[in-house]
Design a protein around this ligand. Structure first.
Ligand code: M6R
Length: 614
């Protein structure tokens, strides 16, 4: 979603801001812009619809001098993507320029008030309303910019992160946040500002995460000041980033997505490192063990998540119910937050989110917290808002995921859920020692099996060519592989724009089977499990209606291969962990179809990496 970059220091700001915007491209955006104060204190704003390269083109013949600036990639919410609606936005006097992530919900009320006071607007955005409002407060209350921002924050409703500069004070950036992340990087005589650490990491590992309802005063050659809304000074907490630049680069692959698909054998090792003992006899998941009583006494588990994380949650439901005998409910966070859910203090609510910033999941988690539930987080981004808001949790530890389509984070989430289920099952004594140990033994060899699946790369690339021009796809699975089918369909939709649906295989006959004809490709996940025979019958039903079946089967399965039109054979694993293996060929199939179609795989149209608005 939208991205923020800022710089103040001794170097030219423009190249740093442009590079920062490029590093944030993975978040998804539709326009970009930059504001710089030049050495003559002129505030220059340049914007462009499209990519950062379009912005560079627009600014190429213009004055881009200055050692202070802010820049933005916008993902449209209020007003279409165009040059005018792109950020930064000038204030009425053109003394101030502001960039903004998030949504100001009461912007219409404020806009009416400003119009009554003679303000005019060029764009359709809530952001322009905010910058005019801050200037209005600054003038009418005769306060400095920091105080004006504080007062504005008291009036506005919504979730936001902002950065603002004033041409009359070229030594200062003011930044503030509520429910939308902001990080300050501390260099030698220079400061960097960004909506996540990605643009900062190449300059400094020293960062301050601005907390909710805090305002940062970033002044040239002065220590950072952090204030809260009541103007009380806060002590900045400096953290050291444990990331390196190579994690944000493609490492020889044409796209981040294929790099991330191929990383999975290693990221799963990172995910289980230190959590399964060397003898492979025990799982030590501290978030669960440290809250032993909560987990032992839990009467119900509710999992809230969105998109791919929601699919991981469905697999978690199977694992926890199977192994721990606790009822589990999986909810779309966006629906949960607007219901009046029955939540008990003995309930555990698990929030799953790769980014840890998804607005709906964050709100669902806050709602559950307000009703007294114990909140457990499963996030990938360390220090993210969801990770910080939970009572306990487990990081996925798969490293930064840059491709908008989630791949390695999904398998990491499923691995964490598998380890959680095992830990809880042991505590609650719902698993025999023999099964517990055999499951751990299988879990630790999953990375090796993933390596074998990745050897199917060429086969799947060839297969993808046959289906590049399909208009629809159906994905079928049962049991543990039903969520894997949903995830396979989502991957294809997201990056190739082919309509695809996932169904429980047996549900087909209740309606969707009407769609089947010789033009309909059907991906059937039919690895050997407790309902394998039933799945075969469902595949026969598809074949009887001339559907073109691509079957995902366990190595050596001639039965299904003889029925299906195409066969993808994957290594055998236990039913509980089947999605960890079946996810990968489906990721590859979606990837190659999208590449064949010439789609922008890493930044699909209309999508954002981190969905920080409702
Ligand atoms: O960061 P989160 O896991 O909370 O994100 C949730 C969804 O927005 C996300 O999984 C989305 O569906 C991805 N584009 C999937 O590839």
């Amino acid at each position: 979603m939208c991205g923020i970059v800022g710089y103040i220091g001794r170097q030219d700001a423009y190249p740093i801001l442009i590079k920062g915007l490029q590093r944030l491209e993975y978040r998804g955006y539709d326009s970009a812009g930059v504001a710089l104060i030049n050495p003559d204190n002129k505030l220059n704003v340049y914007k462009a619809k499209g990519k950062v390269a379009d912005l560079e083109y627009n600014a190429s013949s213009k004055d881009t001098s200055g050692t202070i600036g802010i820049a933005h990639t916008r993902w449209a919410t209020h007003g279409e993507p165009n040059d005018v609606n792109a950020h930064p936005h000038y204030s009425q006097s053109e003394n101030l320029a502001l960039i903004h992530n998030g949504i100001i919900e009461n912007y219409m009320v404020i806009k009416q008030e400003l119009i009554r006071n003679g303000y005019t607007f060029k764009s359709s955005t809530d952001t322009e309303v905010l910058v005019h409002f801050i200037e209005y407060i600054k003038k009418t209350n005769k306060v400095d910019l920091c105080r004006a921002v504080q007062l504005a924050m008291g009036e506005i409703i919504g979730a936001y992160a902002i950065a603002i500069i004033d041409k009359n004070d070229p030594d200062q950036i003011i930044a503030a946040r509520k429910s939308s992340p902001l990080v300050i990087g501390i260099g030698e005589d220079e400061f960097f500002l960004a909506s996540d650490a990605t643009p900062i990491i190449e300059y400094t590992p020293r960062v301050i995460y601005i907390k909710d309802e805090e305002i940062a005063v970033i002044r040239r050659n002065k220590p950072i000041r952090i204030l809260n809304m009541r103007d009380i000074e806060q002590t900045p907490e400096i953290k050291t980033l444990e990331m390196n630049l190579t994690q944000f680069e493609k490492g020889g692959y044409p796209h981040f997505m294929i790099k991330e698909i191929n990383e999975q054998p290693r990221t799963i090792v990172d995910c289980i490192r230190g959590r399964i003992n060397i003898e492979a006899t025990d799982v030590i998941l501290s978030g669960v063990l440290d809250n032993k009583e909560r987990f032992e006494n839990a009467r119900r588990i509710i999992i809230v998540a969105c998109g791919t994380s929601w699919h991981a949650a469905l697999i978690g439901e199977h694992l926890i119910e199977d192994l721990c005998r606790i009822p589990v409910e999986v909810e779309y966070a966006s629906e949960f937050r607007y219901r009046n859910p029955v939540i008990d203090k003995d309930d555990i609510v698990i929030a799953i989110s790769q980014s840890g910033e998804t607005a709906d999941t964050l709100a669902a988690m806050e709602l559950a917290k307000s009703k007294g539930a114990f909140i457990y987080g499963i996030c990938n981004v360390v220090g993210s808002s969801i990770a910080r808001g939970t009572d306990a949790g487990s990081y996925v530890h798969v490293g930064p995921e840059i491709g908008v389509a989630s791949t390695k984070a999904f398998t990491g989430q499923v691995m964490v859920l598998s380890m959680m289920a095992l830990t809880m099952a042991k505590q609650r004594k719902t698993i025999t020692d023999e099964l517990y140990k055999s499951l751990i033994k299988e879990l630790i060899i999953i990375p090796e099996k993933m390596k074998k699946v990745l050897e199917l790369n060429e086969t799947i690339r060839d297969l993808s060519k046959i289906f590049t021009y399909a208009h629809n796809f159906i994905y079928l699975g049962r049991g543990y592989n039903y969520p894997a089918a949903l995830e396979g369909a989502l991957k294809l939709k997201e990056i190739s724009y082919i309509h695809a649906e996932g169904y429980p295989a047996a549900e087909m006959k209740h309606g969707p089977i009407a769609l089947i004809d010789a033009e309909m490709p059907v991906v059937a996940i039919a690895t050997t499990d407790s309902i394998y025979e039933k799945t075969i019958s469902n595949i026969q039903e598809i074949k009887a209606r001339k559907g073109r079946v691509i079957a995902l089967v366990t190595e050596g399965d001639d039965v299904v291969c003889n029925i299906a039109d195409y066969c993808i054979e994957v290594p055998k694993t236990l039913e509980y962990f089947a999605p960890l293996i079946s996810a990968i060929p489906l990721q590859l199939l979606a990837y190659y179809i999208a590449v064949n179609k010439g789609c922008n795989v890493d930044q699909p149209r209309n999508l954002a990496k981190s969905v920080t608005v409702e």
